[in-house]
Design a binder for this molecule. Structure first.
Ligand code: BG6
Length: 802
């Protein structure tokens, strides 16, 4: 019987097309099954590999092997093959499966994983060439297509360059396959060394090939910060800012000490070991502007960098440091140092960080970490302001409704009384939304955390706890670069921390006994941009170089200098005295004339004064103050060299001066700098004449250069020393050479002139100028003699007590 001719219905074409597509997809998937990944773990028998990396690789294998990839694992080290094989076998003994996997299945998976894992010695260039040949042979033999190669450097950084060279010259995969090299910290010791290391690695690898690990980015609670912020945008949008956040604490406390690791620790200390990397990374995740798409690695990395740009520079007073008492003894023992050796390496640090942008201005970010403390715990805690008053008595307060209970959000990184990663949100804030991989948790009854019972929080923990390295290995495999440290990110972080590290290099840390015995010794407070220990330093346990004189040990000295009043003190007290005097002058001027005209110098000496005015003078009549510049460098106003930029960074952005009261010097006109024909000096002079009565400033703040210059009036240069001109263009012997300056006649019309002189570098000129008469051509400062106003010298002891 003949088959009935097939009757094509119109819709059947569509069905056929769908069937063909499915078949094609199936073929493609089958082809994908052939994709092979080789993972080479360098340092396969080391500590990190034993503790975390092999387990992470096993987890990666469990997660991915069934999904279109085949694997081979090459454990590598310098050790000879036989011994290395034995050591690696030991490291692999303790692999564990997820809790919910049946034991028989687990044994099967482990067995397969072990069969795919081989030890090999990687020492010479030939060893690397042989590795490459073996990978290629394996691919060819099994008919596999290569997806890529991961080289995990679990080795000390001094070995990086050699390994990198060998990989680059003989172990790159063929076209179409990727190379990923994974690097573990330390990535340098300061900005300079990090830059060197980055340049070296950059000569072997492309930026996209490098995955610098900060294992904190793999901690589940840390990895949840951005997704949480994203998923709870609606609730957080209005709260995540300076109006609602009281402070942010980013804490990593440890009970272990540095014993057994002092050769590393002695070189690094807690700031380099933990704050520069782990805690800073957490800070950026909390503080960054949330990208529209948090899964865009490019956007996340860009927004992170913006946080670094907004960080206020750290001062010595931004931090306190401590050292557990037995540390020096451990260093002496482990590093064979003489009995007289006392280490200055901090094992505890607390640092006050400010993010100077519109969202976070004024919100303290506290970063703190230490060894040998009373507990092991890590968290990022966002404490919200509480401006509510509850009328009913406390017994009627309900956790979910009462606005009078503490309001906080905690990314609990691990350990502590809770013992696991968690996200805690005060019930009176909002009910959070978390992905299904997180579940609501219960803690032990009666548990209190951060001042509230656990029941006052919505508390979530991961359904499956995963080690940080395991999380990151999965991200490396999937090419998720946002979980890693780019070169730019690394250098920005070192750029931020290096000045503080340098300023603390010779500071003796406060000694603490360790554990619970430390009592309140390490408690600290912060205010006015500074952070300090709450308690006075008790008797030093180790004799230091002798107690340094504190500013408070001295009275402010009043005397005369060049026939004019002199105020002299240690620098801190001097600045505070000068700031008080300026405020008093301002208040008087505003009371009498309704406004205060203040002309300020640039350079480094006034920076501390600006900061003092910005942080400790709330009664200053800024709204009625006009700010003028005494002098300016001929650079754009946004240039870091510009005096106006210094004023902006240290004062203007922290106070509220009406913008029409701010008078930068017009050095940049018609896209040119200080061109005579643009008449910038004349324009400024006209502005002064128009706004300042009799062109007589209420107060002019000057400095004195080591060569006797003041404002931008330099020795051996007649410009601006006499004549009619109020504002002049001058030439400096040092760069940038071209300047704009108030003239000496204009300065001398002021009602008050204060000259601030600080530092040892000024000793000689201070002594010399004290003896000379009025010779402005040789020493322009000697020509400062207000006609009817007052001249006051402010000198610190370093400059004055020669
Ligand atoms: C490391 C530091 O990066 O982090 C160690 O070098 C520190 O000093 C460790 O102990 C803490 O990590 P974790 O995962 O135990 O919190």
């Amino acid at each position: 019987m003949l088959a009935e001719p097939f009757n094509w219905q119109p819709g059947m074409w569509k069905v056929l097309i769908v069937v063909m597509c499915v078949a094609l997809l199936g073929c493609l998937q089958a082809q994908e099954l052939q994709e092979h990944v080789s993972i080479i773990l360098l340092g396969a028998t080391g500590d990190l590999a034993k503790k975390y990396l092999w387990q992470g690789l096993f987890q990666l294998y469990l997660d991915e092997a069934g999904r279109g990839h085949s694997f081979s694992f090459h454990g590598a080290a310098l050790t000879a093959p036989k011994q290395g094989q034995e050591l690696m076998a030991k490291a692999l003994e303790s692999l564990s499966c997820p809790k919910d996997m049946a034991p028989s299945h687990c044994a099967e998976e482990k067995d397969q994983f072990l069969q795919l894992s081989r030890y090999r010695q990687l020492k010479t260039a030939e060893d690397y060439q042989a590795l490459n040949k073996d990978i290629e042979a394996q691919l060819q033999h099994a008919g596999l297509r290569e997806a890529g190669r991961i080289f995990y450097f679990s080795v000390p950084p001094f070995a990086y360059a050699d390994i990198a060279r060998n990989i680059n010259s003989s172990c790159r995969p063929g076209p179409g396959a990727w190379l990923r090299v994974v690097l573990e910290k330390p990535f340098g010791h300061d900005h300079f060394s990090a830059q060197q290391l980055a340049t070296e690695l950059g000569s072997f690898f492309q930026e996209e090939e490098m995955y610098r690990v900060d294992h904190y980015l793999g901690k589940q609670a840390v990895a949840q910060i951005l997704p949480f912020r994203d998923q709870n945008r609606k609730a957080l949008d209005s709260l995540w800012n300076r109006h609602h956040v009281e402070r942010v604490e980013i804490i990593m406390k440890e009970t272990v000490d540095a014993e057994g690791r002092t050769s590393f620790y002695e070189e690094y200390g807690v700031i380099r070991d933990v704050l520069q990397n782990h805690l800073t990374e957490v800070l950026t995740l909390v503080a960054m502007e949330l990208p529209l798409n948090v899964s865009s690695a490019e956007a996340v990395l860009r927004h992170k960098l913006q946080v670094f740009q907004a960080l206020r520079g750290l001062q010595r007073g931004s931090a306190v440091v401590g050292q557990y008492q037995s540390y020096s003894e451990q260093v002496r023992r482990e590093l064979q140092k003489p009995d007289s050796f006392h280490s200055l390496t901090p094992t505890f640090a607390a640092v006050l960080v400010h993010v100077d942008n519109l969202r976070w201005e004024g919100v303290p970010f506290i970063l703190m970490s230490g060894k040998a403390l009373d507990e092991r715990v890590g968290y990022a805690r966002i404490l919200f302001k509480n401006q509510a008053c509850c009328v009913q008595s406390e017994k009627h307060w309900a956790a979910a409704q009462s606005q009078c209970l503490p309001r906080q959000l905690i990314f609990h990184i691990g350990h502590g009384d809770l013992g696991s990663s968690a996200v805690l949100v005060s019930r009176n804030l909002f009910r959070p939304s978390l992905p299904s991989s997180w579940k609501e948790m219960e803690g032990p009854p009666g548990l209190r955390l951060f001042g509230s019972p656990l029941s006052d929080y919505y508390a979530y923990s991961p359904v499956q706890e995963r080690g940080a390295h395991s999380v990151l290995l999965s991200h490396i495999f999937h090419g998720r670069k946002d979980s890693f440290i780019t070169t730019e990110n690394l250098l920005a972080s070192w750029g931020f921390w290096t000045p503080l590290l340098e300023s603390l290099a010779h500071k003796a840390p406060r000694l603490y006994p360790g554990g619970a015995e430390s009592g309140r010794l390490l408690d600290f407070e912060f205010s006015s941009g500074r952070l300090f220990f709450s308690q006075q330093q008790p008797e030093q346990l180790v004799p230091g170089p002798g107690p340094a004189a504190m500013p408070s040990d001295f009275q402010v000295l009043r005397a005369k200098y060049r026939e004019s009043p002199l105020v002299s003190a240690w620098s801190e007290e001097l600045i505070s005295k000068l700031a008080n005097d300026i405020e008093a002058t301002a208040v008087r001027a505003v009371r009498r004339f309704g406004q205060f005209h203040l002309a300020l110098s640039g350079g480094s000496s006034p920076v501390a004064l600006f900061q003092q005015l910005a942080t400790a003078h709330y009664g200053f009549p800024w709204a009625h103050t006009h700010l003028w510049l005494v002098d300016e460098r001929c650079v754009p106003l946004s240039d870091p060299e510009s005096n106006f930029q210094g004023l902006q960074a240290h004062l203007l952005q922290h106070v509220r001066v009406p913008y029409y009261n701010i008078h930068p010097m017009p050095v940049h006109l018609q896209q040119r700098l200080c061109a005579e024909e643009d008449q910038g000096a004349q324009i400024y002079a006209r502005e002064i004449s128009a706004l300042v009565a009799n062109s007589s400033f209420d107060l002019v703040l000057l400095g004195m250069g080591a060569d006797g210059h003041t404002a931008s009036l330099f020795p051996q240069s007649p410009t601006g020393l006499d004549g009619e001109q109020l504002v002049v263009l001058t030439t400096s012997p040092s760069q940038p050479h071209r300047r704009m300056s108030l003239s000496l006649p204009l300065i001398n019309r002021a009602k008050k002139v204060a000259v601030l002189v600080m530092g040892r570098m000024k000793r000689e000129i201070t002594a010399l100028v004290s003896r000379v008469g009025c010779e402005p051509k040789k020493w322009p400062i000697s020509g400062v003699l207000p006609h009817s106003g007052q001249l006051v010298w402010y000198m610190d002891y370093d400059a004055f007590l020669a």
